[in-house]
Write a protein that binds this ligand. Structure first.
Ligand code: ATP
Length: 985
């Protein structure tokens, strides 16, 4: 196919790749090359860069222009794209082998301006790290004016764009300007400045000292331990599981704290914001706190001279318009002297500064990029400053680390992210470590851990640090011999009892009587909690609390803690120990308050009704100040509230469970509880039906499949909290699908427990697709109860190890329906293959096993072969990206020779050479069913291919053997392709 046909045929894909992620970098890098290769004239270039155009219209313009210029121009465009696009973007495109022009290898520009053009890509890369120095050189030599410098350094440009502006301006000024720039780049290459050796003014160092001591003090205690003990962050900090957020296409590697700012997982080099996302209570704030602490002690992030940390909760209480300078100095730390100098230093050295923003999801207004604000000294509403900082319009080059719950990470925000890392709470070892740190008495720690091990649902919950904290905190109740908690509501009821009994100034009655005696305080705190959630308000002034009737004694229960660093007013402020605790009190208020009407629960379960809801008026009206109720006219606040309202609804479902009936009857009459319970059950059922109705009818020949929306998991969790089998059965009664797709849904062990509880009641078997979640070994164990109903289970990329597989297979062997398992990209080693062998021996109707991108070697392949030898049904076997090598390939090939069913075999990228190919040739020779064999990216030579070719002569079933990326010369590839069309390169 000609280059022009390729460009025209892939127009849509090329446009997407050129504008990927909304960044102009891809397109501009391609243009750099096309300029260097003389495909684009200066006029063409200026036409494509006209400032009024959008990114996509520029990309379209480029494609049109290239097509007009003809076949060879299209070939150069493809060559440029192939050079610029990252591998992940290239896989969907074909470049037809187009190559750059020959002379590009050794360009000999005759003049300095020509040199700027020929080496444009290289110069952009070089200059983007040293714009200031280059401008200084040009200014000193009189080539540039101060105006030129300002034009280049417009804050709106990314560093690469600034470099391109600079090159364009120099180019327009002629030969001597170009010569000076080239001279400068040459000297700066020979004598790179080492930023480490930079001298900082004394004022800056003094300010840094003050900043460090203030951060060190702030980060010493974890907020939840503020009033309940004297454990410091050092005592209790436990490493969480941190990974590059999924979707980056890279193999998942665990990250350390400092990797957050490292290169791993970078998607957009031009952006400055790294986002740490994680569910409620997964430890995001604590992680940031640890980063600040380490910086303040000179043990991490020492490349940064200043670190400014912000809580979005505090920022959103700021009602005045402020400048960036106020934000830094007034909200973080005031410099005792040299304010102007320090601020100028910050502006001049953005790479020396780090900002952290905790809880972007708590900001009242959802992230928006509508209002641009670039000026560091001009005042603006805090939201505008924050959003522009995150985008990089303000203080470009300053690195930012922000945290957020995943739901608030909107596509608009994603466009500005350098990378996203996800925090998944504690690992199993982390739970052990945390519990032992929490309990100084090892005997108690052992008993708590034993109790967790004996209750897998609770153990699953403890992967979320905030639940682990509560469980550890309430060890007395946990070990007291009552029923062990199963649900999140159980855990929070436990902490409610614990706090009321331990911290109340009165001695409360033993037994259930504590509820009756505490109900007044619960309602008062609940009113504040719900009012706050409704308006994204998480801090309450003393006056507001008093207006809601909260007493000193209520505060002493310990659920509210003093907000220490709230600087905007003199008045004392309080917040709930954790936002999930605020949700729990809001739920208690909804359940226990007799005056709550029907619409309140409706509002809670049907989010579309939230605006103008009765709930807001009932709870808030009289209590919170106007400022706290400030709302976004476009409904942005509604989005911000959703996650917490969903948690509240989950608690409401749990509280209305029959299991807690006896407890709640102490505080609320039975008819009220009955009425609310019926209403919640109806709402859950309706919510589910809404999902099922949205399932499209299958296209002929395809399975009926449902791709769950995020709300589906939430509804499932609500049903689980109720712990009523009839509700679960009823909710699924009308679900008729063959395939349930739950990929990228942030499913961890907690969600697995709920899913299994509900899905086991499906009436017909399904394929359960859970790829790209955080299931882990504990999640696998939680899923077992619903394995019976699965004909296929897909668990790609889920951090599962051999231990999880052992349990999965033990159960899977007994499950009649199960026919397919996919485990691509987990942590499987040779220790798991004997279990698969057993499964293959025992299940003679098993169809598909996919184990790609794990750590299986020849030893594992041999074990697997043992099972394959006696299996009569397997059709698909995928081992892509393991390391079975020749020995493993031989074992597999021999075992499969007798297979009456094998259709598809993948051994891509397995280090297989010609010996392995020889054995696989025997398989081809004897198989009557095999259609596709994938051997791409191995080390098979022409000799090995010869075995395969000869075997193919004897085989009629095989349709293709894929051999790209083996050790053949282009001539050999050509010759083999001519000889056998079923061999594909
Ligand atoms: N790494 C950790 N080590 C020890 N304890 C932790 C850790 N992470 C969290 N915790 C415990 O869990 C509690 C809640 O964690 P944190 O507030 O950091 O969660 P979060 O993800 O910021 O929650 P949210 O999204 O609801 O604001 C902490 O107060 C602390 O008790």
């Amino acid at each position: 196919m000609g280059a022009m046909q390729l460009v025209q045929g892939q127009r849509e894909e090329l446009l997407q790749a050129l504008c990927c992620g909304g960044s102009a970098e891809g397109l501009e890098s391609v243009i750099d090359l096309l300029l260097a290769w003389d495909l684009l004239t200066w006029e063409d270039y200026q036409g494509l860069c006209a400032p009024v155009q959008t990114l996509s219209s520029r990309a379209r313009g480029l494609l049109d222009l290239v097509c007009i210029k003809g076949e060879s121009a299209c070939a150069l465009l493809l060559a440029a794209c192939s050079r610029v696009f990252p591998e992940a973007r290239k896989v969907v495109l074909s470049f037809g082998g187009c190559k750059p022009p020959q002379e590009e290898q050794e360009p000999h520009p005759a003049t300095a301006t020509q040199a700027l053009r020929c080496h444009r890509s290289l110069l952009v890369r070089h200059l983007r790290g040293g714009i200031t120095a280059a401008l200084k050189a040009l200014l000193e030599s009189g080539v540039f004016t101060a105006y030129d410098c300002d034009e280049v350094q417009l804050l709106l440009y990314t560093p690469s764009q600034q470099a391109r502006r600079l090159l364009d301006l120099v180019q327009s000024k002629g030969e001597s300007a170009a010569a000076i720039l080239l001279q400068h780049t040459q000297t700066s290459e020979e004598n790179p400045t080492t930023p480490e050796n930079e001298e900082h003014p004394a004022e800056c160092l003094l300010y840094q000292k003050k900043l460090k001591s203030s951060l060190s003090a702030q980060s010493h205690f974890v907020s939840t331990y503020g009033g309940t003990g004297n454990l410091s962050l050092d005592d209790i900090y436990t490493e969480g599981l941190l990974e590059v957020a999924q979707g980056s296409g890279e193999a998942q590697q665990p990250l350390g704290l400092e990797d957050i700012l490292g290169h791993a997982g970078t998607l957009n080099e031009e952006a400055d914001t790294v986002l740490v996302s994680g569910e409620a209570g997964s430890g995001k704030s604590t992680l940031l706190q640890r980063l600040l602490q380490l910086w303040s002690r000179d043990t991490a992030l020492q490349d940064y001279l200043f670190l400014f940390s912000f809580s979005c909760r505090r920022l959103s209480a700021e009602e005045r318009e402020v400048s960036l300078r106020d934000l830094l100095f007034m909200h973080c730390c005031w410099p005792d002297r040299g304010q102007d100098l320090i601020f100028q230093y910050i502006l001049d050295h953005p790479h020396k500064v780090l900002f952290t923003f905790d809880g972007v999801d708590e900001f009242r207004l959802g992230f928006s990029d509508e209002r641009r604000h670039c000026c560091p000294t001009q005042c603006a509403p805090v939201s505008v400053l924050l959003f522009n900082l995150l985008q990089g319009s303000l203080m470009k080059g300053v690195r930012k680390v922000a945290t957020s719950r995943p739901v608030a990470v909107t596509p608009v925000l994603k466009r500005y992210l350098r990378k996203e890392v996800s925090l998944q709470g504690f690992s199993t070892e982390g739970i052990d470590f945390f519990v032992r740190k929490h309990h100084s008495d090892p005997a108690v720690a052992n008993r708590v851990l034993e109790s967790l091990q004996s209750n897998m649902a609770l153990f699953g919950l403890c992967h979320i640090p905030v639940f682990c904290w509560i469980v550890s905190q309430c060890s007395r109740e946990l070990l007291g011999g009552g029923t062990s908690p199963q649900t999140i509501t159980d855990i929070y009821l436990m902490v409610l009892q614990h706090f009321f009994q331990c911290r109340s100034s009165r001695r409360l009655s033993p037994g259930l009587g504590w509820v009756q005696e505490s109900v007044g305080a619960v309602i008062r705190l609940g009113r504040v909690a719900l009012g706050g959630l409704r308006s994204s308000c998480f801090m309450f002034s003393e006056v507001e609390l008093q207006r809601c009737g909260v007493t000193e004694e209520d505060i002493c229960t310990g659920f509210l803690i003093h907000t220490k660093d709230h600087s905007s007013s003199e008045c004392k402020h309080y917040e709930f120990l954790h936002v999930t605790m605020q949700c729990f009190f809001a739920a208690l208020f909804i359940v226990l308050n007799d005056n709550i009407g029907r619409s309140t629960i409706q509002d809670l379960f049907y989010p579309q009704y939230w605006q103008d809801s009765v709930l807001a008026k009932v709870c808030l009206g009289p209590c919170l100040s106007a400022g706290s109720q400030k709302r976004d006219p476009d409904g942005g606040a509604q989005e911000a509230e959703r996650p917490n309202l969903e948690i509240t609804a989950t608690f409401v479902s749990g509280l209305l469970s029959q299991r807690h009936r006896e407890l709640l009857l102490q505080a609320c009459p039975a008819p009220t509880l009955d009425r609310k319970c019926t209403q919640v059950v109806r709402a859950l059922s309706k919510g589910m039906q809404k999902h099922f109705k949205s399932i499209p009818q299958p296209i002929e020949g395809e399975k009926k499949s449902m791709h769950a929306m995020p709300e589906f998991i939430w509804l499932i969790k609500c049903i689980y909290e109720m712990q009523e089998i009839s509700v679960a059965k009823d909710a699924l009664a009308r679900l008729e699908v063959e395939h349930l797709k739950l990929t990228y849904c942030n499913i961890g062990p907690v969600e697995c427990t709920a899913l299994a509880y509900v899905l086991q009641h499906l009436r017909t078997s399904v394929g359960l697709q859970l790829d790209y979640n955080f299931v882990g070994d504990v999640g696998v164990e939680q899923l077992l109860p619903c394995l019976e109903i699965c004909h296929s289970i897909y668990l790609r990329n889920n951090n599962i190890s051999d231990e999880g597989i052992r349990k999965l297979i033990d159960k899977g062997i007994q499950c009649e329906n199960l026919q397919k398992i996919a485990l691509f990209n987990n942590k499987l080693t040779d220790a798991c293959t004997k279990h698969f062998a057993e499964l293959l021996k025992r299940k003679q109707h098993f169809l598909s096993l996919r184990l790609g991108n794990n750590y299986i070697t020849a030893v594992g392949a041999e074990q697997l072969a043992d099972g394959l030898r006696s299996n009569r049904s397997l059709q698909f076997l995928g081992l892509w990206g393991n390391k079975v090598r020749d020995r493993g390939a031989k074992a597999l090939a021999q075992a499969l020779q007798e297979s009456p069913s094998l259709v598809w075999l993948s051994l891509v990228d397995n280090g297989i050479g010609s010996d392995g190919a020889c054995a696989l040739a025997e398989l081809i020779r004897s198989s009557k069913t095999l259609e596709d064999m994938w051997l791409t990216k191995n080390c098979i030579t022409r000799e090995g291919v010869e075995y395969l070719l000869q075997a193919l002569e004897k085989n009629t079933s095989v349709k293709s053997i894929w051999l790209r990326g083996n050790e053949l010369s282009p001539e050999e590839v050509e010759e083999v392709t001519q000889r056998e069309s079923r061999v594909v390169f």
